[in-house]
Design a protein around this ligand. Structure first.
Ligand SMILES: [Zn+2]
Length: 241
């Protein structure tokens, strides 16, 4: 089992770890700060070094119950100590995008009664799918953009809390969060990682997020398209300020 350091601290950029498994083109570590692709968020990239040799981490994937760092070059041997360094620009941009997506989703839920069906968080441009949403015209787009930016500019603190399962489900229900699928999480999961964005949003999420909405900048909503009956995919970018 790999300890996922991002679960408790999203700002770890470098770490030391021990290789616990390796194979053709991959290594598994006892702990890692690399985010493995999942929950709609793309994988981190970066480097691993044993002090003599540095290899690129192209992506990190959950495969066969392992968190595998897919690398370029020969894998390090089991027992080796390595130093990991994240491509921080890439990761930080994902954190900003992912936190922004929560605010966008909450805004659309509160003001338009739509649910989030899925998302794809990556540098450059991210997207999320909403239902029921047949159209997303220019007027609504401008209204949502202005509304989301007004929330972001409140400099809301973003907090992660690990809450026992039953308590977390109740808490999220009270906050108006869709808890249907939380009931389906295997009973072996005893604690939920709950994300709080000020008093504005609460969600169960294992992704990476910034510590305050001021870090996001502002949202710029791009094109949108239908991707199924009543499902609208909305693309968005972030503007630094
Ligand atoms: Zn999240």
């Amino acid at each position: 089992m790999t300890e996922l350091l991002h679960m408790s601290d999203n700002y770890i950029q470098e770490f030391d770890a021990t290789v616990i498994d390796s194979g053709d083109g991959f290594v598994v570590l006892d702990k890692t700060a690399f985010y493995p692709e999942g929950g709609g968020q793309t994988s981190d990239q970066g480097e691993l070094s044993d002090g003599e040799r540095t290899v690129s981490v192209k992506e990190v994937q959950k495969i066969d119950g392992e968190v595998r760092h897919l690398i370029e070059g020969k894998a390090f041997e089991i027992g080796a100590t390595v130093h990991g360094t994240l491509d921080w620009n890439r990761r930080y941009e994902c954190m900003r995008f992912h936190t922004c997506q929560h605010v966008l989703s909450r805004y659309l839920q509160l003001n338009y009664g739509v649910e989030t069906k899925g998302n794809n968080i990556k540098p450059g441009e991210s997207r999320a799918d909403y239902t029921p949403l047949e159209s997303f015209g220019d007027e609504m787009k401008r209204e949502v953009e202005t509304g989301v930016n007004a929330i972001l500019s409140q400099n809301l603190p973003v907090e992660i809390r690990n809450i026992p399962r039953a308590e977390a489900i109740q808490f999220l229900q009270d906050k108006g969060y869709q808890t249907r699928y939380l009931e389906m999480v295997p009973k072996s999961v005893e604690n939920f990682r709950v994300l709080l964005i000020g008093d504005y949003d609460a969600a169960s999420c294992a992704g990476t997020h910034v510590g305050n909405t001021r870090e996001i900048g502002s949202i710029s909503i791009g094109k949108s398209k239908n991707v199924g009956a009543g499902v609208r995919r909305i693309y968005f970018k972030l503007l630094n300020h």
